[in-house]
Ligand binder design. Structure first.
Ligand SMILES: CC(C)(COP(=O)(O)OP(=O)(O)OC[C@H]1O[C@@H](n2cnc3c(N)ncnc32)[C@H](O)[C@@H]1OP(=O)(O)O)[C@@H](O)C(=O)NCCC(=O)NCCS
Length: 144
């Protein structure tokens, strides 16, 4: 997972993450995240081709764009060589089920405006725009 997200960070422009990950940070931020709900991986034999993580929003977020407590935030990362094969969509089938089971009202996906692929992806799996900032667009999906 670290190798995959580091490849995406190195290409640039599609994730807010800037610092490369090691296995400890992958555990802290995705697999065993403090507010984590689920983290699914897509595998082909022993190779990880993508992962998607969902966590409750941060109730102590200081900005004006703080989300209600029953909202969750999503992140999706698919290996650059494996885009467009339905991996993100397949991951979201599982994430949406887990979100519903956890009682999430809305899933938020906040995407940088220049990340056209990311915006098209979330629109393609059913997210709708609800807020536009200077640098990002926020989309949401109701799993219930
Ligand atoms: C965005 C990302 C997760 C999409 O994953 P993916 O596995 O390639 O997406 P899928 O093949 O499951 O696509 C599902 C649907 O999304 C839409 N879509 C996905 N990528 C698209 C693109 N680049 N352009 C247009 N539509 C796109 C399509 O509607 C597609 O459905 P279709 O194949 O039936 O037409 C992947 O490109 C990625 O990891 N990008 C880098 C990180 C990132 O931007 N993450 C999102 C912000 S957290």
């Amino acid at each position: 997972m670290a190798q995959l997200i580091n490849e995406i960070i190195a290409i640039g422009g599609t994730t807010a993450h800037r610092r490369p990950f090691d296995e400890h940070r992958i555990l802290d931020e995705f697999i065993a995240a403090k507010r984590g709900i689920c983290c699914f991986v897509a595998v082909d034999d022993a190779q990880i081709l993508g992962f998607q993580a969902l966590e409750w929003c941060d109730p102590d977020w200081p900005g004006e764009d703080r989300l209600p407590a029953d909202w969750a935030v999503i992140g999706t990362y698919v290996a650059p060589g494996a885009h467009g094969r339905g991996i993100g969509r397949a991951l979201f089938l599982e994430t949406a089920k887990a979100a519903k089971a956890a009682g999430v009202r809305f899933i938020d996906a906040t995407i940088r405006k220049e990340n056209e692929g990311g915006r098209a992806f979330y629109a393609g799996i059913g997210f709708v725009d609800y807020r536009t900032g200077d640098e990002s667009v926020s989309k949401r999906f109701a799993p219930g």
